[in-house]
Design a protein. Structure first.
Length: 114
């Protein structure tokens, strides 16, 4: 039988995997509200306008490369072409957010014309 050897000891990676330090990768935590600013100022809940502005979405996408975030579909349902991408996004959002009862959720649903 071979004697036990630590295969991590010679790799220069700081010992066992449990002893390695975390990398200095950027945090993936939620933003601190930098993207919820609205034209008239900032706020929380319903005052935040129920979502992100185009400017906020642009900043978020710049800060998070590869993001597919889009602004709300604010066009009235009567003006949307039936079966269009925008109409499908709106319908999907409204179905997903049906149970939102907070002030902020209600504001978002108003903005999307749900």
């Amino acid at each position: 039988m071979k004697p036990f050897t630590n295969k991590f000891a010679s790799c220069g990676c700081g010992g066992s995997p449990l002893e390695r330090k975390k990398s200095k990768a950027p945090s993936r935590k939620k933003s601190k509200g930098y993207y919820a600013k609205v034209k008239s100022g900032s706020g929380t809940g319903g005052k935040a306008g129920g979502g992100m502005t185009a400017k906020g979405v642009a900043k978020y996408r710049k800060d998070n490369p590869g993001s597919k975030l889009k602004t709300a579909v604010t066009t009235p349902p009567s003006k949307l072409k039936k079966g269009s991408k925008a109409a499908k996004r709106r319908k999907s959002f409204c179905a997903r957010s049906k149970s939102w009862t907070s002030e902020r959720g209600r504001a978002a649903r108003r903005k999307w014309n749900c």
